[in-house]
Structure formats: structure tokens, C-alpha cells
Design a protein around this ligand. Structure first.
Ligand code: DX5
Ligand code: ZN
Length: 215
């Protein structure tokens, strides 16, 4: 059974409360919240105040994806805002274990992400310290991009490593995932599909959620 995590970046922010209510109604597994600083990625999204607002609108698990330089400066702000998991990038912290420990000591799940151009070998040695591996299947910064196929062998390699070492790390895949490629992404070994535009643009979100959960 796969899980689905709508990325709120793809929602209509003028109707944020209704959009979040719709994710609850569909019984999605978690919400993915993209935080962009305009430096690590060429775009700016939203910060802890919006995460706090979203947390007040739902009881669902909030998976916060920090596309920031110096993400550790903001761990506490996002934890206080209601983050259940906080993910940062290996490109920013090539030696990420201390930050994983900090997150866990705060009672937050720790996530590690890698960009499309970063080899999967860079993250494998650290997975035992992380609850989440977020494999980027687009260059981060914007929703609505096309899925980069070279993410698939990276997902396969991570799945093999996690299974061989009997780790509990969940594999999330983020970027360009839609109803067409979802089964291939799950087949490669993903546990959770992050979907921004594919979820929020779908006229039957409940059916899409059901389809993913049945994979
Ligand atoms: C990209 C973000 C993604 C994005 C996914 O930088 O990290 O989470 O919101 O959006 P879609 O599913 O539209 O590619
Ligand atoms: Zn993301």
C-alpha cells in the first residue's frame, strides 16, 4: 500500500481552508509543505506562520520540506508551528547526522533530501539516522514540472539499501508525480508519493487518493 502526500504548494491559497478540508475528506496520509528561501532554490514560498495556519486547519501529519541554506536555524520555528517531520537537503549539509539528532530531540521526525543531480550514494550511509528519505524527481523550486526519469534507479537503490539493512526509513518521492507515473514510482520502491499539481488539479481527488493507496 502506497501513501499520498499532497503538496500544499499546488493548492489555491485564496481558498486554503477548503483545500485543506478537501485533503482531510480524501483521507490523505500526510501533507507536504514546501519552504523555499530564494537562495537554495530560485523561488520563495511561505514560512512558519502559514505552517501554523495549516496546522490549525487539520490534525494530519505535516511533513515540512526545507529548501533552505542553514535550515537548522529554523527547526524550532517550524516545530513550534506544528511540523511533525522536517526534511533538509544533503547538498546543504553533507554531514547531516547531528541535525537528525537535533530534530529527534525536539520530537520531530528527521528527513534527508537529495536533488536530481546528487548521486544516491551520498545519502545511503546516513539513512539509519533518518525517518524519511525525500528523493527529488524535479529540480526543486517550482511545482508543476515534469518527472525526471533518472530518479527511478535512485529510488530502487535506496529501497534495496533500506531493505537489506532492515531500516525503517520511508522513501518519499517529490516532483512531477502524477496518476500516469505513480505505479512506476511505487514499483521502484517509493512508500509515499508527494503530489502537488497532480492532486490539486484533479477533479476527483478522492478517486486519485484511493488509486494511490491501492498501489
Ligand atoms: C518542488 C517541491 C515539490 C512540489 C511538487 O520544489 O519540493 O514538493 O510542490 O509539486 P508537483 O507535484 O506539482 O511537481
Ligand atoms: Zn517538496
Amino acid at each position: 500500500m502506497a501513501k499520498i502526500a499532497p503538496s500544499v504548494l499546488g493548492a489555491d491559497f485564496s481558498r486554503l481552508a477548503e483545500e485543506i478540508a478537501s485533503t482531510d475528506k480524501c483521507q490523505v496520509d500526510m501533507l507536504h509543505l514546501d519552504i523555499m528561501d530564494g537562495h537554495f532554490v530560485p523561488n520563495i514560498s511561505f514560512g512558519p506562520a502559514i505552517v501554523k495556519t495549516i496546522n490549525s486547519l487539520t490534525d494530519n501529519f505535516l511533513d515540512v520540506h526545507l529548501m533552505l541554506f542553514e535550515p537548522e536555524k529554523y527547526f524550532e520555528a517550524f516545530q513550534k508551528a506544528g511540523a511533525d517531520a522536517i526534511t533538509f537537503h544533503i547538498e546543504v549539509h553533507p554531514d547531516p547526522v547531528a541535525h537528525a539528532r537535533t530534530l529527534k530531540s525536539m520530537g520531530v521526525q528527521a528527513g534527508l533530501s537529495l536533488n536530481p543531480n546528487t548521486p544516491v550514494d551520498k545519502v545511503l550511509p546516513f539513512l539509519e539516522y533518518f525517518d524519511i528519505l525525500l528523493v527529488m524527481s524535479v529540480h526543486p523550486g517550482f511545482g508543476g514540472q515534469s518527472f525526471i526519469e533518472s530518479a527511478l534507479p535512485k529510488i530502487e537503490a535506496a529501497r534495496k539499501f533500506i531493505d537489506n539493512h532492515k531500516l525503517a526509513t520511508q522513501i518519499l518521492v517529490d516532483g512531477g508525480v502524477d496518476a500516469d507515473n505513480a505505479s512506476r514510482v511505487v514499483g521502484a520502491g517509493a512508500d509515499v508519493l508527494v503530489m502537488g499539481s497532480a492532486f490539486f488539479k484533479d477533479s476527483n481527488r478522492a478517486a486519485l487518493t484511493k488509486k494511490v493507496k491501492a498501489m
